[in-house]
Design a protein around this ligand. Structure first.
Ligand code: ACO
Length: 427
C-alpha cells in the first residue's frame, strides 16, 4: 500500500500520510489539510472519522470480531472474571495472581461512600430516572474528592481509578434503593465485586441475602461483554470531556449521560418496553416489523442495528445463549423471550433488514436476562454503565497519558451572512 494519499482540490494536489493500524486498518492523516489548503472535511456523526489511535479494543464490524487488548471476547467471557478484564482493559495486560489480589483488596478498601452522598441522593424524588441520579452522583463524588489527579503520577492515577471502580457500584445500587425508598448500605467486603453489587441492590432489611451463584456468574459475564467498545458515543464523550483536562469523575459522569440515550445504552430499556408493547398488542410481530420499515413512522426496532457491526454482534450471540441458560436456571418462563426470538427470526428473513445489514445488537437479549434476575427495567442502562465503567476509565487514561490535544471539531457554517442589527421597533 502506498504511504501517501493524494487529494486534488481546484487543480492543486495535496499529499497526506497514510497510517496503518496493527490489524491493517488504513487511515489518511489529514491533520495538515486545513493548514495547507484552507479546506476541512465534513463527516456528521463521525461515520468515517478516526478520532484517535488506541491500543485498547479492536473490533471488525464486518467479521463480527471484538477483542480487548488482543484477547477475543468469547475467550474472556468464558475464562476471565470481570475484575481481571477491568485490570486488562485499564493497564494493558492480564494481572498475575499477586496483582489481581492487590487490585481486589485496593478496591475493597476504597468502597465506602461518604455519608453526605446519601443526602445528595435523598434530594432526588423516587421518580427520578436512575441514570440521571447516577450521572449526578458520579459528578457529586468530586465534591468529596476535590484533589485533582496528577496524571503524571502513576500512583495518583491508580488511586483515582481504584476509588471510582470501588464506589461506582455502590452509587449504582443506591439509585435503585432510592427508587424503592429502602436503606442505603455500603459494600459487603466479604463478597466479590459482582455479588456485593447484587446484595447492595437487593438485600431486604433484617433478612439474610444470598445471591444465586449462577446469577452472579451470568452478571459477571454480562459486565465483561459490556466492558469496552472502542470509540462509541459515551466513550468518545469521556475522551472529549477529559481532553479539556476535566477530571476523571467529571468525564465519567458525562459518559453516563451519553450512555443514557435510547440510541445507545438506553436501548436495553427500550427493547423491553417494545417487547411489552408487542405482547400487550396480542404478540403480532409483523405489525411492528412493518412499523419499523415505514419511513413515515419514527418507530425503530430497538436492539437492532449497529453503527459498526454489519454482520453480527458477537456479544449478542453470547448473550442469546446466556438468556436461555439464566432463565432455565431460575425457572423463569418469560413470554417476552419467545416474542424476542420470533421478532429476531422475522427480521432476519425480511429484505429490509437484510439489505441494511441490521442484526440484533448487545441490547436485544441483555434486558431479558436482567428482568429474569429481578432487575427493574429502568435499571438496565445503569447495569450497562457498571459494565462500561472500566472501558471509559481505560480510554480516559490512554487519552491523558497520550497527551492528546483538546477535542474540538470544526463546522461548515450555513447560517446568515453579516447583516445589520434591527432596532426592536423595526422587527
Ligand atoms: N429499525 C429499523 N430501521 C433501522 C434500524 C432499526 N433498528 N436501524 C437502522 N435502520 C435503518 C435506517 O432507517 C436506515 O435506513 P435507510 O438507509 O433506508 O435510511 C438504515 O437502516 C441505516 O441506519 P442509520 O440510522 O443510518 O444507521 P446508524 O449507524 O446511524 O445507526 C443505530 C445505528 C443508532 C444503532 C441504529 O441502528 C438504531 O437506531 N438502532 C436502534 C437502537 C439500538 O438498538 N441502539 C443500540 C445500539 S448498540 C449500543 O449502543 C450498545
Amino acid at each position: 500500500m502506498s504511504k501517501v494519499a493524494t487529494l486534488e482540490i481546484d487543480g492543486k494536489k495535496y499529499e497526506f500520510p497514510i497510517t496503518i493500524g496493527t490489524e491493517n486498518e488504513v487511515a489518511i492523516d489529514i491533520k495538515s489539510l486545513r493548514g495547507d489548503s484552507g479546506v476541512i472535511t465534513l463527516d456528521p456523526g463521525f461515520k468515517n472519522t478516526g478520532s484517535c489511535e488506541s491500543a485498547i479494543t479492536f473490533l471488525d464490524g464486518e467479521k463480527g470480531i471484538l477483542r480487548y487488548r488482543g484477547y477475543s471476547i468469547e475467550e474472556l467471557a468464558e475464562k476471565a472474571d470481570f475484575l481481571e478484564v477491568v485490570f486488562l482493559l485499564i493497564f494493558g495486560e492480564l494481572p498475575n495472581k499477586e496483582e489481581l489480589d492487590k487490585f481486589k483488596e485496593d478496591i475493597k478498601h476504597q468502597s465506602e461512600v461518604n455519608l453526605d452522598m446519601k443526602k445528595v441522593l435523598r434530594g432526588f424524588p423516587p421518580t427520578a430516572h436512575p441514570m440521571g441520579m447516577l450521572s449526578s452522583l458520579t459528578s457529586a463524588l468530586i465534591a468529596f474528592n476535590p484533589k485533582s489527579v496528577n496524571v503524571d503520577s502513576e500512583e495518583d492515577m491508580y488511586k483515582a481509578i481504584v476509588k471510582l471502580l470501588a464506589k461506582f457500584p455502590t452509587l449504582a445500587a443506591w439509585t435503585l434503593r432510592r427508587k424503592n425508598d429502602t436503606s442505603l448500605e455500603n459494600r459487603d467486603n466479604n463478597l466479590g465485586y459482582v455479588e456485593s453489587f447484587l446484595k447492595m441492590m437487593f438485600q431486604e432489611s433484617g433478612k439474610e441475602y444470598k445471591a444465586n451463584k449462577n446469577v452472579v456468574a451470568a452478571l459477571d459475564r454480562l459486565l465483561i461483554l459490556h466492558a469496552d467498545h472502542e470509540q462509541n458515543c459515551s466513550t468518545s464523550t469521556v475522551r472529549i470531556v477529559g481532553s479539556s483536562q476535566a477530571g476523571l469523575f467529571a468525564s465519567i459522569s458525562a459518559g453516563v449521560s451519553a450512555l443514557w440515550g435510547p440510541l445507545h445504552g438506553g436501548a436495553n430499556q427500550a427493547v423491553i418496553e417494545m417487547l411489552e408493547a408487542i405482547k400487550a398488542d396480542g404478540g403480532d410481530t409483523s405489525k411492528f416489523i412493518a412499523k419499523a420499515k415505514d419511513k413515515n413512522d419514527p418507530f425503530r426496532l430497538m436492539g437492532f442495528g449497529h453503527r459498526v457491526y454489519k454482520n453480527f454482534d458477537p456479544r449478542a450471540k453470547i448473550i442469546k445463549k446466556a438468556a436461555d441458560e439464566v432463565l432455565a436456571e431460575l425457572g423463569v418462563e418469560d413470554p417476552i423471550l419467545d416474542i424476542a426470538k420470533g421478532l429476531e427470526k422475522a427480521a432476519l428473513e425480511d429484505e429490509y433488514f437484510v439489505e441494511r445489514k441490521l442484526y440484533p445488537n448487545v441490547d436485544f437479549y441483555s434486558g431479558i436476562i436482567y428482568r429474569a434476575m429481578g432487575i427493574p427495567t429502568e435499571m438496565f442502562t445503569v447495569m450497562f454503565a457498571v459494565g462500561r465503567l472500566p472501558g471509559w476509565i481505560a480510554q480516559w487514561r490512554e487519552m491523558r497519558l497520550g497527551k492528546e490535544p483538546i477535542g474540538r471539531p470544526r463546522q461548515v457554517y450555513i447560517g446568515e451572512n453579516l447583516r445589520s442589527f434591527k432596532e426592536l421597533d423595526n422587527r
